[in-house]
Design a protein around this ligand. Structure first.
Ligand SMILES: [Zn+2]
Ligand SMILES: [Zn+2]
Length: 188
């Protein structure tokens, strides 16, 4: 399923305004030119260096979506890592049925390494490595660790009846919850 997403520059503009920060104030904090922020917020996504975007995301308590970084240089990407919410009941985790069991595909977000990031939906601290204690390797996209094969999201709830129906219904609820919490953002 797909969710309508705002562009990151639109989020930056909205959250900056909500925090009553002017472009000039934000520029001073992250040490760039006000004109660069102005251009970035207008949709010129190459107006800011990746490091500045990381500083802005930190200041505005925003997670940087994965699609924002694909065009940047690999050395910049070293500053960030994938994280996900480990709570199976959280709308960031999409259920599906495979092999007669419920699994969850977590929404991976790319954010600053080595810092605690909280889930935009449930407030839980996001997990930044495989939860299997004897593995603990960095995350890959998808529902399972590509190294040890463990599920990233542990299923803690009991499901009655058809798992397919449950998953389909849950996906509908998640879609609704996500559209309602459009304005909820990641809290560092
Ligand atoms: Zn969550
Ligand atoms: Zn693992």
């Amino acid at each position: 399923m797909s969710f309508n997403k705002k562009s990151f520059y639109q989020e930056v503009r909205e959250v900056r305004r909500r925090k009553s920060l002017t472009q000039a104030e934000l520029a001073k904090i992250v040490k760039c030119k006000q004109s660069a922020i102005s251009m970035y917020e207008a949709g010129h996504e190459d107006a800011l260096a990746y490091k500045t975007i990381i500083l802005i995301a930190r200041e505005l308590e925003l997670a940087i979506p994965e699609e924002v970084v694909v065009d940047y240089m690999p050395e910049d990407i070293k500053l960030s890592c994938l994280k996900y919410c480990p709570i199976d009941d959280c709308p960031s985790n999409i259920p599906y049925v495979a092999g007669g069991e419920i699994h969850f595909k977590p929404t991976m977000i790319l954010t600053l390494k080595g810092e605690s990031t909280r889930c935009a939906y449930c407030g839980e601290v996001l997990q930044d490595c495989c939860p299997n204690e004897s593995c603990g390797l960095p995350l890959s996209d998808g529902g399972f660790c590509s190294h040890c094969g463990d599920s990233y999201v542990a299923v803690t709830r009991m499901m009655r009846g058809s798992l397919e129906e449950w998953a389909a219904k849950r996906c509908e609820i998640i879609k609704e919850l996500r559209s309602m919490s459009e304005t909820v953002k990641f809290i560092a």
